[in-house]
Design a protein around this ligand. Structure first.
Ligand code: ATP
Length: 202
């Protein structure tokens, strides 16, 4: 009988992708013994309605550049090519169809775990996958509140244990808009792409 593969799912806006995303993926790969991590940019983020999001084309290019040196990291466009709304609970069955022999871990930061009660059907979501969570500075988890809102959440979570990073895409966009280069906040190839395409200036 063939062994089930273990796949990490890292969904996000990736506007832009940065070391925080890559570190979350790498720590999860090592500690959860994952075969690969799918980077799943969301076309139309449910939680960022009303915000200006960089065109999917640029976000896909930047993710490709960010993951190009890691064969375990794979770009998957399912969540930006399907019809909206792009909820995670409706994405999971599509990925199960394309990877029928896989167990899934949704990889998220502590801020996303804290905000899970605001997601669509979080209780159903954790029936389809486990959660691999990297704490994020400034995002405290209140397990009592979380367990009230999403019963059984604690048993669905694998906490990752390693250094944490307080880098965010919001801070990088602000940094670039203020006339700075984002060196050392994300891979050099992504910084060069942002510079060449004049992203985040306006
Ligand atoms: P923004 O600042 O625009 O909201 P972001 O930096 O939070 O963006 P997203 O693409 O929205 O990045 O995040 C995708 C996922 O990656 C989320 O689950 C988020 O919690 C996680 N993540 C992003 N940055 C970090 C980080 N520094 N540490 C841990 N998790 C992170």
């Amino acid at each position: 009988m063939s062994k089930k593969s273990r796949i990490g799912l890292l969904g996000g806006t990736f506007d832009p992708p940065h070391w925080g995303h890559l570190w979350l993926a790498e720590l999860a790969r090592v500690q959860l013994n994952l075969d690969k991590v799918l980077f799943l940019p969301v076309g139309d983020p449910v939680h960022k309605q009303g915000q200006i999001i960089t065109a999917v084309f640029h976000r896909l290019q930047m993710i490709s550049l960010a993951i190009q040196d890691n064969p375990c990291f794979v770009l998957d466009t399912t969540d930006c090519t399907r019809p909206a709304p792009h909820t995670t609970v409706s994405l999971l069955p599509l990925l199960q169809q394309s990877h029928p022999e896989a167990d899934f871990w949704l990889l998220i930061g502590g801020d996303s775990l804290r905000d899970l009660p605001t997601w669509v059907e979080p209780g159903r979501l954790i029936q389809h996958c486990r959660l691999g969570v990297l704490p994020r500075p400034g995002a405290e988890i209140d397990w009592a509140d979380l367990s009230t809102a999403v019963p059984n959440i604690k048993t669905a979570v694998d906490m990752l244990d390693g250094p944490t990073l307080s880098i965010s895409a919001t801070a990088i966009r602000r940094w670039v808009k203020n006339g700075n280069e984002p060196r050392y906040l994300l891979p050099t190839a992504v910084a060069e792409y942002i510079h060449e395409k004049h992203l985040y200036l306006g």
